[in-house]
Write a protein that binds this ligand. Structure first.
Ligand code: MLT
Length: 407
């Protein structure tokens, strides 16, 4: 008899953004005339930078010529892209990352979801709350938790993010083995200072633990004192893996390209206490289960770093951040306490009460948000608005919200 992985039965709901899409589709079916503005899932709306499109087109044309055609590429990514990443994203910030420590992939969602395969089933996992649900759900699927009780999976260590700690929870008092951190944070938009990251690196070193650092939103940092990479902190190369993405940075949500950094000095242990480099393990997994990002997509990603690319990418980021400023100002003027929106494209808004109910209120007004409860127990009483839309739609959405909450 073929049997299922019963860990899937522990999952308490559908994937958050699938659930939101389902509710929005049902509402649209009932209200076909209603205009809906989406500030829910963080999906970009501006077109790809022209430099990326041109590189994409050129590379696709090369693939149609006998002397330009390429079959399987290196699973880890082409050197032309990995070298640019190492130089521009790390070397310029004083972070020691070499090109062969970079694994190009088709998304940070997949990488942050897949990485847990490298670790023992019984490691203790800590996640911040609120949290990007992928970190939690993939560990539930892998059997590292028991069932959910009162909104929390038993066996996971939740690190409470609150207005009080600025949604940057400190390391726990007790021991954990694996820690997920995301800065700039999805969903709260909070950022961690060097001192706060240092505390985590020190904790991981002392506890022989590992940090999984999701920096998918680093390009949105505006405060020059905030680190963009965990490798800006001494000692992080031994205790941290970092995830990056071109999705939000350069409009690649539909194009798919990201990368994960696994330093060669980053280690984990077997049951006997012997250390093993995670680079070799991730390389083994990557080469076994992944055949690389397509050549044209990697050429499009290369264009982000060269010639006209950086300025075009910057223009889009600035555009979204101007939206974020508008959202934050308007929600503040409506009397809501907000965080984020300064170093991140998300604004985290204290709505009070049931966040799914507030989601419904806004949906009735024609605006999609993300209810904070979908990100964990500490997210209840909050909603997240995304800055990824046109200026016109953001302004229209804010008017709709203003009218809906005044009623
Ligand atoms: C979000 O809205 O949180 C993100 O778009 C999800 C993702 O990047 O997978």
């Amino acid at each position: 008899m073929i049997r299922i992985n019963e860990n899937y039965l522990k999952l308490t709901s559908s994937y958050l953004f699938a659930e939101i899409a389902r509710r929005v589709a049902a509402f649209q079916k009932e209200n076909p005339q209603k205009e809906i503005i989406r500030l829910g899932i963080g999906d970009v709306t501006r077109p790809l930078p022209k430099a990326c499109v041109e590189a994409f087109r050129k590379a696709a044309a090369e693939m149609g010529e006998a002397d330009g055609f390429r079959g399987y590429g290196p699973e880890q990514g082409y050197a032309f892209l990995r070298e640019l990443i190492a130089k521009n994203d790390f070397e310029t910030r004083g972070a020691d990352v070499s090109a062969d420590e970079i694994f190009v992939s088709d998304g940070a969602k997949c990488d942050t979801g897949n990485i847990q395969e490298l670790f023992a089933p019984d490691v203790t996992v800590a996640v911040p709350d609120p949290v990007y649900p992928v970190y939690v759900d993939t560990n539930v699927m892998a059997g590292r938790t028991d069932k959910s009780v009162d909104g929390r999976y038993q066996g996971l260590v939740y690190l409470d993010g609150t207005m009080g700690n600025g949604f940057v929870p400190p390391p726990p008092n007790g021991h954990v083995d694996l820690i997920y951190l995301c800065y700039p944070n999805n969903p709260t938009g909070a950022v961690a200072t060097k001192a706060q990251l240092r505390a985590w690196v020190d904790y991981a070193s002392a506890e022989k633990a590992l940090i999984l650092f999701d920096a998918a939103y680093e390009a949105f940092i505006t405060d020059p004192s905030i680190p963009h990479s965990i490798y800006e902190i001494d000692g992080a190369r031994e205790v941290a893996i970092e995830f990056r993405s071109f999705s939000k940075t350069a409009g690649f949500t539909g194009t798919r390209c990201a990368f994960t950094v696994v330093p060669k000095s980053c280690i984990a242990y077997d049951a006997a206490g012997n250390s093993h480099p995670l680079h070799a393990l991730w390389n083994r997994r990557h080469t076994t289960k992944f055949n690389g990002v397509s050549y044209p997509v990697q050429r499009a990603a290369e264009a982000i770093y060269i010639e006209e690319g950086p300025a075009q990418v910057r223009e889009s980021i600035d555009y979204y951040m101007a939206n974020a400023k508008l959202v934050k100002e308007k929600m503040g003027a409506l009397g809501y306490k907000c965080t984020g929106g300064v170093n991140a494209p998300y604004i985290w808004i204290e709505c009070g009460g049931d966040s799914w109910k507030f989601f419904d209120t806004l949906l009735n007004a024609g605006v999609v948000c993300t209810p904070g409860a979908g990100f964990g127990k500490c997210g209840e009483g909050f909603i997240r608005l995304s800055a990824f839309n046109s200026r016109e739609n953001v302004e229209k959405a804010l008017e709709k919200i203003g009218a809906a909450v005044k009623k």
